[in-house]
Design a protein around this ligand. Structure first.
Ligand SMILES: NC(=O)c1ccc[n+]([C@@H]2O[C@H](COP(=O)([O-])OP(=O)(O)OC[C@H]3O[C@@H](n4cnc5c(N)ncnc54)[C@H](OP(=O)(O)O)[C@@H]3O)[C@@H](O)[C@H]2O)c1
Length: 354
């Protein structure tokens, strides 16, 4: 079994999707922190080579293995594009190469988590649930959970800006999520700077993985947009069954293109975690601008921790690594504002956030 190649050895970082909306920030930030050690990758050979990188397709784990062997000294792989399965993760973790994965699809995260033993055996570490949602939502959920002494239920709310420049793959993922039947009803929630909003159930992976990592019985994640009319129109259409056709590629393509063109709000986003245990209620929230950029910054911080810190080998979600618990504070210099806890032992604790 290969032993993990640590960043201290000067190994390189392969950023797959490194010229996408999220990946561009990851590439630039890691390039500043580790000059000469970042290799950009994607399917477009011209784009990748223009940036001094290599062509890689995540749907081809065999080709990915050959690329790793040719490069020879890759210490960590950062996935800023979602692979179809855990094939590429298996190649990395079986070869002692660290992995950061920003994927947001529950089934995929479960399949990579199943590689824990493989990673532990090779000395490699993988971090999952990296970004804003999942990512910062997981970290706030953990804080709120601990503030009430172990939550019975956690509610997560995500607000996205319709004026933001979301990447093509992220918009596609969101459109596909609209086809899913809601597993919980809507809820009214105060979000700092946005007032009280109605948010609707959405298939973010945090609510799927947090019950296991935190030991909470139930977690629910809801989404709203900064534009109230657009939120109402979108989720009203879902309720009326008008979005079922999203399964069909042509409808999905049309909706993805339409969403890519909508710019009615600005680029702000907000995230809130509410934990409840009996009458105890704790709230943590944060706001920021440019969701893709902040996702990229979170990802770069996680990659740096893998390269310079010593997280234990194995597969972990972001909230399981104590060294990453203060990441929201570390992002303050990039305009991320953390709203302090309001763990009053009564309902309505979040009102102060509005
Ligand atoms: N956790 C979070 O909070 C969070 C937030 C935002 C986005 N995301 C996820 O991050 C991913 C990227 O989002 P984005 O907004 O950056 O999208 P994007 O702007 O479309 O970028 C995707 C990048 O990945 C490359 N790519 C796509 N498929 C690939 C494949 N099979 N093999 C190799 N490279 C591939 C693309 O280049 P080529 O087309 O040239 O290959 C492009 O550079 C999405 O899966 C999204 O769901 C997660």
């Amino acid at each position: 079994m290969t032993t993990a190649k640590r960043g201290g050895d000067g190994g390189r970082v392969l950023v797959v999707g490194g010229y996408g909306a999220v990946g561009a920030t990851v590439t630039a930030t890691l390039g500043d922190w580790f000059p000469g050690r970042v290799v950009v990758a994607g399917r477009d050979p011209d784009r990748a080579r223009r940036l001094g990188g290599v062509r890689v397709d995540l749907t081809d784990p065999g080709g990915f293995r050959r690329t790793l062997e040719e490069l020879g000294d890759v210490a960590a792989v950062v996935l800023c594009a979602e692979p179809p399965d855990a094939g590429v993760a298996r190649v990395c973790l079986g070869s002692g190469v660290h992995l950061v994965d920003i994927s947001a699809t529950p089934r995929l995260l479960d399949d990579v988590a199943d590689l824990h033993g493989l990673a532990a055996g090779s000395g490699a570490t993988a971090v999952l649930s990296v970004g804003v949602a999942p990512g910062l939502t997981n970290l706030l959920a953990r804080r709120a959970h601990e503030a009430v002494g172990g939550a019975e239920h956690v509610d997560l709310t995500v607000l996205l800006g319709t004026g933001d420049r979301h990447g093509g793959d992220a918009v596609r993922w969101t459109v596909e999520g609209l086809a899913r039947a809601p597993e919980a009803g809507p809820a009214r929630t105060g979000l700092p700077g946005y007032g009280t909003r109605t948010a609707h159930w959405f298939p973010f992976s945090d609510q799927h993985t947090l019950p296991r990592t935190l030991g909470v019985a139930g977690v629910t994640t809801r989404l709203c947009l900064d534009s109230r009319p657009l939120t109402a129109m979108l989720f009203g259409s879902r309720r009326a069954g008008l979005l079922r056709g999203v399964h069909r590629p042509a409808v999905r393509r049309a909706l993805t293109a339409a969403f890519g063109r909508v710019h009615v709000g600005d680029d702000g986003f907000a995230v809130r975690a509410d934990a409840r245990r009996g009458v105890r209620h704790a709230v943590f929230a944060l706001t920021g601008r440019a969701q893709s950029r902040v996702t990229g910054l979170v990802t770069a911080h996680v990659a740096r921790e893998l390269l310079t810190g010593g997280p234990p080998p194995g597969v972990h979600h972001i909230e399981q690594l104590p060294a990453l618990a203060s990441l929201p504070e570390a992002l303050a210099e990039h305009g991320v504002a953390l709203w302090r806890p309001s763990d009053r032992a009564r309902e309505g604790a979040g009102r102060a956030l509005c």
